[in-house]
Structure formats: C-alpha cells, structure tokens
Write a protein that binds this ligand. Structure first.
Ligand code: PMP
Length: 310
C-alpha cells in the first residue's frame, strides 16, 4: 500500500507521524468539530474537483468559533492545504475529505478554554455511501439534539453519538437509515443528511430553526429546484405523517449525495420508486460536481494542473 499523508498543523505530513494521546480532550470528551467534503473524479478529463470547499471551510470556521475551538488557518489556507494533500495522496478517484478541529489538551476536565487546538485533514476513497440506490427509512425514537443542548449546526464530533444511536436503532429494525424528529415532534433530518418532500408541486424541507444542520447540498438542491426547474421551495416545519403522504421524499448530503427514499416506517412513498423530481435534481447535481455546468463552475476546485480539460 502506498504511503498515506494528512494535513496536520498547517503542513502535509505522513499519517503515522500524527499521534493523538489517550488523554486528549478530543478523545475523552469529543471536543471537536469537523467537516465532510467530497472531491469528484472526472474520468473523461482525468481531473479531480474539490466540491464546495469554500462553503465547507466557512462552516468549519463557524462551527469552531461557536464552540471556542479557535485556530488561525484561513479558508484559503485550508483549501490550498487540501489541494496539496489530495495531490500528495495521488487521489484519482472520488474521495472523501475529513477536516477535524479538536482540543488536544491532556488534563482532566471537559474545558473549552484551553488553547491546545489542532487541525487535521485526512482523505479516503468514497464512491457511493448509501449502499443502495433507493432507501427505506424509519423514524427513530431518539430525538434530535436542540440548539441549547448541543447545537446541531456546529457539526460537533460529540453530536454524532446522537446520530449513531438513531442509525443503530433503525438499522437493527431493518431500515437503511433514520429520520429524526425534533423535541417538538417535527421532522428534522437523517443521521447525516437533510430531508426533502415533494407534494402538490412544492418542494418542502425543514427550516434551520428545527435543529437541522444547514446542509451545503441542501442549499444547492433548493437552488436547483428554484432556478433550474422553476419549482417553489418551502422551508417549514413538517409533521411525521406528511412523509407518508408525500409524492416523493429524498435525502441530500455530501456523503449521501441526492438519494431517494421509497418507504418511511414501512409505508410506501409515492410510486415506491425514485420520483421524477429526484431524478432531475440528481442529474443536475452530478453534472455540477464534475464541472460540466459553467453556471456552477465556482463550486469546483480543480486539483491537478495538468488535465485533459485544460
Ligand atoms: N445533517 C447532518 C446531521 C449531517 O451530518 C450532514 C452531513 N454533513 C448533513 C445534514 C448534510 O450536510 P451537507 O450537505 O453539508 O453535507
């Protein structure tokens, strides 16, 4: 296996040079925030595109600020470091990029006022995440964290125990994924993705005030529906059984991309197969990820200087 590199404290270094102590607050208390970014491989032009990197690093900085994990790297430096890392790891397939900002102080207490903040980024190949093209999901009995407990919009490491419990419960019950409700019993999101419903010609998705992570893919899906397909998009609270009665339901997310949901709590959604709207959004989405749509060219950061496209 070829050597793996990571971006650590501002430099690309060999992965095995980075050690995390068993005493680290990140390990003991989950004091960290992170991102999930994709870089898409365009086979035809032999080019890799970092997708929406600026938006992801902006969200990382915002998450870090909210929980007092302050660090100096700018968004441009994070993007440059990621490009350098992708090249160094010779990534020539669709790749997942995982930046983590964490508190590495070794003393015992879950304190966020210690200055020992570190930034690491690693990469791994990731083609399809969902495992299947159409999903059957279940509403979990675990409720989504609220903004005043552990703000879901910070993409905090610790928040993913909430996600993992929901995913475990629904997988053990035979579903592919979970959908969370909020404390007020509104539909929230999946364990790692946002949710959309299509009903009576409108695309509906829960609002940020219902404790969702404000997904970068969610933003793009809303824009595509409005601007490319002329569909009205509504951000509003959604009741559980609206999922059962929708014409279409689908997930959006960096790892999950745009994936149709064909059953919720064993109730068939729409025709029981991927809907037309989801199909159209997926087509638009995948074209954009590999730089094929000039209107959205700024979503893509080319990694290699020499590609057939240039
Ligand atoms: N919700 C949660 C809880 C997530 O972890 C993710 C993945 N980052 C999303 C939604 C989707 O967000 P994005 O489209 O920015 O990946």
């Amino acid at each position: 296996m070829s050597e793996s590199y990571v971006f650590y404290q501002g430099k690309v270094v060999k992965e095995d040079e980075v050690k995390i102590s068993v005493r680290s607050k990140a390990f003991n208390y989950g004091l960290g925030v992170f991102e999930g970014i994709r870089a898409y491989w365009d086979e035809e032009n032999e080019q890799l595109y970092g997708f929406k990197m600026k938006e992801h690093y902006k969200r990382l900085k915002q998450s870090a600020k909210t929980v007092n994990l302050n660090f100096d790297l700018t968004i441009d430096q994070l993007i440059q470091g990621t490009v350098e890392l992708l090249k160094k790891n010779n990534c020539r397939q669709t790749t997942y990029i995982r930046p983590i900002v964490y508190n590495d102080a070794p003393d015992i207490s879950p304190a966020l006022d210690k200055p020992d903040v570190k930034v690491v980024i690693y990469t791994q190949p990731l083609n399809k995440y969902a495992g299947k093209p159409e999903l059957s999901v279940g509403v979990t009995s675990w409720r989504r964290l609220t903004d005043n407990q552990l703000p879901p919009r910070t993409k905090a490491t610790a928040a993913y125990l909430n996600s993992a419990l929901a995913a475990l419960e629904t997988k053990q019950a035979g579903f592919d994924e979970a959908i969370f409700l909020t404390d007020a019993n509104h539909v929230c999101e999946g364990s790692g993705e946002n949710v959309f419903l299509y009903k009576k010609g409108k695309l509906i998705t829960p609002p940020p005030s219902d404790n969702i992570l404000e997904g970068i893919t969610r933003d793009l899906v809303m824009k595509l529906a409005k601007e490319e397909l002329g569909i009205e998009v509504v951000e509003r609270s959604v009741a559980r059984t609206e999922l059962y009665a929708a014409d279409e339901v689908f997930f959006s997310g960096t790892a999950m991309e745009v994936t149709p949901i064909v059953a919720v709590d064993h109730r068939t959604v729409g025709t029981g197969h991927e809907g037309e709207l989801c199909k159209k959004i997926k087509e638009l989405f995948f074209d954009i990820t590999i730089g094929r749509n000039p209107k959205y060219a700024d979503s893509c950061t080319p990694v290699y200087e020499e590609s057939k496209a240039f």
